[in-house]
Design a binder for this molecule. Structure first.
Ligand code: ATP
Ligand code: LTN
Length: 334
């Protein structure tokens, strides 16, 4: 609790260009929850270097992601938006938690398995302990709730286990967080292979809608989305491409999938696809305009970066000091 409010923590990596999946699965929920909670939203740039990055490019993307959080509707005066790398408590707590995490737990993580298959030439220790740094992110702020897409559930489970393990040994140190998964949009699938999740690291640019895609590109990608030859609009697992389009449309318009099916009953995919395109454009266009406006306001963004890094350091240092004391590190001499 901070000032009588429950705490929310979430983060995104500054790798690749954000997709509609990131927006509908995560960012959109962040905004709807931000009034209710005391919120911390991090640009998790330390996680990004678990795969090789070009330094200038990483810096540029991280700043763009920061601006995007604000453009999407998160007021940096009400929400603590900050770069993970500006707050050294994350690395310090991650080290301690590493000593409470088992190799077996980490080797079961599907994201580690996927990423090590993708980057076989660089299976580094950071990639392996990635979920421990994520647990440190969350636990430092005593977060009650963590809005993420469904793919992060396994990491959340590990975070909860670590918190409980630590609390059992040392008393109540950490709040045990709950995941928050949105009802629609929790897993947006690739437009080209609806059995795979839409991902910013997909090599096929037609598979993902990027948040900065222009309206023509969005429309073209929606029209080309892979569906099936059934030709009947219904919402079921056997028609994954269609199901995904219904999910996207519903998440963008605020309708339920059932309402969407009703709306398109008796119509063909040829009518649904452009409607999906329009719905996506009407969500992304204002976001893009606001992003362009804020990108020019260097002074405003810089002052938010500075003030919020200080806030993050202040809040996280309290938990870190407590943990350091519990594990037996000596008191600081003042
Ligand atoms: P990559 O594809 O490079 O591994 P990513 O697209 O999964 O990255 P992350 O930064 O790991 O992006 O995820 C940011 C947030 O977006 C997470 O909460 C994640 O659950 C959510 N998310 C990512 N992809 C999707 C998707 N296709 N559908 C719904 N949510 C998603
Ligand atoms: N691992 C997450 C990004 C992430 C995160 C976090 C999400 C890092 N730390 C803390 C929520 C809370 C991902 O890959 N999407």
């Amino acid at each position: 609790m901070i000032d009588g409010k429950k705490v929310l923590f979430s983060g995104m990596q500054a790798t690749g260009n954000l997709t509609l999946g990131n927006y509908l699965g995560a960012l959109k929920n962040w905004i709807s929850l931000s009034n209710e909670y005391e919120c911390f939203y991090s640009v998790v740039d330390m996680h990004s270097i678990t795969v090789r990055q070009d330094p200038a490019e990483l810096r540029r993307r991280a700043r763009n992601l920061f601006i995007l959080y604000v453009a999407a509707g998160l007021d940096p005066e009400k929400n603590c938006i900050y770069y993970q790398s500006h707050c050294s408590a994350h690395a310090e707590l991650a080290w301690i938690l590493n000593c409470f995490t088992y190799m077996g737990e980490l080797s079961r993580m599907t994201q580690f398995k996927d990423k090590s298959a993708k980057h076989a030439d660089n299976i580094n220790a950071g990639l392996f302990t990635y979920p421990v740094l994520m647990a440190a992110d969350i636990l430092l702020y005593q977060a009650d709730v963590v809005p993420v897409g469904i793919d992060q559930m396994q990491h959340l489970e590990l975070t909860r286990n670590l918190a409980e393990r630590f609390n059992n040994l040392y008393g109540d140190v950490f709040t045990v967080p709950e995941a928050y998964i949105g009802k629609v949009g929790a897993k947006i699938m690739s437009l080209q292979d609806p059995t795979k999740k839409m991902s910013k690291s997909d090599e096929n640019p037609n598979a993902s809608i990027y948040l900065m895609d222009d309206p023509d590109t969005i429309m073209r990608k929606c029209k080309r989305a892979v569906t099936d030859s059934e030709g009947i609009i219904c919402y079921r697992d056997e028609q994954p491409g269609l199901k995904n389009l219904i999910d996207i449309y519903s998440a963008c318009t605020g309708k339920t999938p059932q309402e969407t099916v009703k709306e398109f009953e008796g119509k063909g995919y040829g009518e649904l696809k452009p409607a999906v395109g329009e719905a996506v454009i009407s969500v992304l266009k204002p976001l893009q305009d606001e992003f362009a406006r804020l990108s020019k306001d260097k002074a405003y963004i810089d002052s938010a970066i500075k003030a919020n890094a200080e806030k993050a350091m202040y809040v996280s240092s309290k938990t870190l000091r407590k943990v350091q004391k519990k594990v037996g590190f000596p008191e600081r001499v003042r």
